[in-house]
Design a protein around this ligand. Sequence first.
Ligand SMILES: [Zn+2]
Length: 193
Amino acid sequence: MSRKPGSKQLILEYFLDNIGKILESKDIQKAGGGAVEWARRVRELRNEEGYQILTYRDRTDLKRNQYLLETDKRLPAFERDISKETRAWVLERNGYTCQMCGVAAGDPDPLGGGRTVRLTMGHIIDKSKGGNDTPQNLRAVCTNCNEGLQNTALPKPDRIHLLAQIRRATIHDQEAVLAWLLQKFKLEVKKKV
Ligand SMILES: [Zn+2]
């Protein structure tokens, strides 16, 4: 007797058969044999098996009931083994900002496509050079930098040029910089009366 494939396997096959197409939740559920826990299976495929299934949180053009698998490429296994706590700690330390190109989580993707920036874990010292998976050797990098799609790793801006840029920016942009810094350093300001 052959064992029936589980709902997770069925859902995965449905995604793999429809790479690059936007899928709706009701069809995903149907593909999974009507499993009521289809959403949990999708999360498992994403978080435990590393399939990069995108949702409305990743792309502004997706609705809440829509999902998209753009590639069958899975995130590396080490990344799936990193605990939620470690990931959160590294992201917070790095100010939710890609340490290679400087984009922040939730910014519009500079490569376009209506996507928002997603951050992932990268190694400071590459594993091939003896680096490990400890929080000290991890840093936030955007998926573009991680996949080598952006071949320019920006040099770190020096202070004089950075301040000059901020001084020349619009008030609105200066306020955005201030808000970001306050959030990063967990500070509050009161305006002088
Ligand atoms: Zn980047």
